[in-house]
Design a protein around this ligand. Structure first.
Ligand code: TUI
Length: 314
């Protein structure tokens, strides 16, 4: 059994969080993860207040276990979303793509555990001063919006910078990655890509099949020119976008190219026009399982890896 301070902090069985994936992580997936002993996280990236409230109400009918909501700080309606989450007193809030400091007092006042995703040691220092409960150090191996640092280099440097628990993310999909994260000083992991293959994950068939067929080099980062790099599976859309970034197309037209591409991937399964966000570890995801089985498999593998590590100590 692997127990860390994250289990106690969040009231969960395993120190494993499910990534709040934009347009993907809904109440159904998050409830399945929480029921499986991890922390399920709903994405609030759509910014649609009624829809977010509905998902929060729904997860409370599906599980009595703790859950989280992820706020994408670059998204729409962030002030309104932040207020809603305080009013709903959700157990945990994770944030992405920005500095959440201005919302932290309101969330702490509501008794919420606050865990920002950070891409650098500098930002971990800044947010930790604001009184957050833990940080998620996310390396650029991850899917979606990415920073420059790798998980391997980022996690130990963040651990040496803050005196709150660190959760590692980016490039982790099995027990070996989990064990490695603990060795880097993390006390938990956040996993997104592997949960794309969960039965309870309601992405299009095309999306799932693309993840299951992916190999190590199947992802690409686009969007650097506009200042928000995003990792996705190579596809007609991502290749065309990558090419366009090196032409004299205006920033406005480039921005326009991406509009709706996530929805096309998630809902429509549009192989040509969809942007299929996924991490570099996609190549390791080879079968569909329930969220609970995914968690069991990762935890079993992590115990084996950690115990096996002793063979090298003479
Ligand atoms: O946020 C994510 N991953 C995401 S958000 C997203 S939605 C989206 N869709 C289309 C285009 C762009 C985004 C898909 N995936 N991960 C957490 C994360 N946060 N990664 C990196 C960061 C980050 C970056 C900069 C956190 C803070 C930060 O601060 C910079 C600053 O100075 O505010």
């Amino acid at each position: 059994m692997i127990k860390t301070s994250i289990c106690e902090l969040l009231g969960i069985e395993y120190p494993l969080l499910q990534g709040g994936m934009a347009h993907i992580s809904d109440a159904r997936l998050a409830a399945a993860v929480s029921e499986g002993g991890g922390l399920g996280i709903i994405s609030a990236a759509s910014g649609n207040i009624e829809q977010i409230e509905k998902e929060i109400d729904k997860i409370r009918t599906l599980t009595e276990k703790p859950f989280g909501v992820n706020v994408m700080l670059m998204g729409a309606n962030v002030d309104e979303v932040a207020r809603l989450l305080a009013d709903k007193k959700v157990p945990v809030i994770t944030t992405g793509a920005g500095d959440p400091s201005k919302y932290v007092p309101m969330w702490k006042e509501a008794g919420i555990k606050v865990i920002p995703v950070i891409p650098s040691a500098a930002l971990s220092k800044l947010v930790s001063r604001g009184g957050v409960d833990a940080v998620i150090a996310e390396g650029g191996e991850s899917g979606g919006h990415v920073g420059e640092m790798t998980t391997m280099a980022l996690v130990p440097q963040v651990c040496d910078t803050v005196d709150i628990p660190v959760i590692a993310a980016g490039g982790i999909a099995d027990g070996r990655g989990f064990a490695a994260a603990l060795m880097l000083g993390a006390e938990g992991v956040q996993i997104g890509t592997r949960f794309l293959s969960a039965f309870e994950c309601t992405i299009s068939r095309t999306y799932k099949d693309k993840v299951l067929a992916a190999k190590d080099t199947s992802t690409i980062v686009t969007g650097r020119r506009l200042g928000h790099p995003v990792r996705s599976l190579k596809s007609p859309f991502s290749r065309a976008y990558a090419k366009a970034e090196y032409t004299d197309i205006s920033n406005e037209d480039l921005e326009q190219m991406g509009v709706g591409s996530l929805r096309k991937a998630v809902q429509d399964g549009d192989e040509k026009g969809g942007c299929f966000l996924a991490g570099q570890i996609s190549g390791l995801v080879k079968e569909e399982q329930s969220a609970a089985d995914i968690i069991k498999d990762i935890m079993k593998g992590a115990e084996e890896a950690l115990k096996g590590g002793l063979q090298w100590v003479k």
